[in-house]
Design a protein around this ligand. Structure first.
Ligand code: MN
Ligand code: MN
Length: 294
């Protein structure tokens, strides 16, 4: 195993921050304060945020981080997904867990965890990605739920959160590419109910952005490149770091194609969604989970 030890440090930090965030998920709690608690915890533990903390509620599957002055609260019922990541000197981690606010959705949340853990058992050098995808889909279908097809796990490289390979949650969208020793991947099953379509679509709002790698030498994004490097950032961070008017600049840069925006993703059939995610380092005969829940 020659993978940099800092991947494990980043994993431990994200795991601790996630645990703290999850504790705060109670009806009536402010999403903004949960996001900020997680992000501050990551900093206090000696890491930096790999991306803004995501708190996606019910039919929202992913990419909701609080906008500036967000007044949104945790609802009484449903499912809340908390997704966060840290990095230490560019070595990344990415982890997520769901909370069922009412017992009706506990099986959905448990199924996401089960799909993740079943997949992890198969991870080793030489295994085909399609095998991992099949294990995820089968585990979910066995519980009479649906995998969300157009959200995937992903390879990670230093400073690159979504690098190279995708790890789909259904085998028909997967490939026979084999996992190799020392790769770093995130596996993240998303599960919805029978009512759901098993697909997400982009909503009209986006609160997360990233500099397009191909445009990072463009003078108009100099400040963003210096501050956020190659990693995603929140509109909330832009206000804090550069002031409120900078948000208009962000909009213009998205239109210009220099910044990429990540809209909030909603389940198309308005199904409730649960998610579970870990970051893994691939060893010869097993997966080493960097974001282990302690
Ligand atoms: Mn991920
Ligand atoms: Mn994630």
């Amino acid at each position: 195993m020659v993978v940099n030890k800092l991947y494990f440090k980043a994993g431990e930090i994200a795991s601790k921050a996630l645990k703290e965030g999850i504790k705060l998920v109670k009806p009536g709690a402010s999403l903004l304060s949960i996001c900020e608690t997680i992000e501050n915890r990551i900093l206090n533990l000696g890491g930096r945020c790999a991306f803004p903390a995501n708190i996606s509620v019910n039919q929202i599957a992913a990419h909701y981080t609080s906008p500036p002055e967000d007044t949104a609260k945790i609802p009484e019922k449903g499912v809340v997904k908390v997704d966060c990541g840290a990095h230490v000197d560019g070595y990344l981690s990415d982890t997520a867990k769901s909370v069922a606010l009412n017992p009706e959705y506990e099986p959905l949340v448990e199924t996401a965890e089960k799909a993740l853990n079943s997949a992890i058992k198969w991870v080793r050098s030489g295994v085909k990605i399609s095998k991992i995808s099949a294990v995820i889909a089968q585990t979910i279908k066995k519980q009479d739920f649906k995998p969300v097809e157009n959200l995937t796990g992903h390879e990670m490289k230093r400073w690159n959160l979504h690098a190279g390979l995708s790890i789909p949650n259904i085998p028909s969208l997967s490939t026979n590419t084999k996992l190799r020793e020392n790769m770093v991947i995130a596996i993240e099953p998303f599960v919805t109910t029978k009512k759901g379509r098993g697909r997400v679509e982009a909503g009209k709002n986006a609160y997360i952005y990233k500099v397009d790698n191909k445009r990072r030498r463009d003078p108009s994004v100099k400040n963003f490149v210096e501050k956020y490097k190659t990693l995603p950032f929140a509109s909330r961070w832009v206000v804090k770091d550069f002031g409120k008017p900078a948000l208009n600049e962000v909009k213009k840069l998205v239109e210009k194609g220099v910044l990429i925006s990540y809209p909030v993703l909603k389940e198309i059939g308005r199904g409730i969604v649960a998610q579970a995610e870990h970051t893994l380092v691939i060893d010869k005969n097993k997966a080493l989970v960097t974001t282990k829940r302690t």
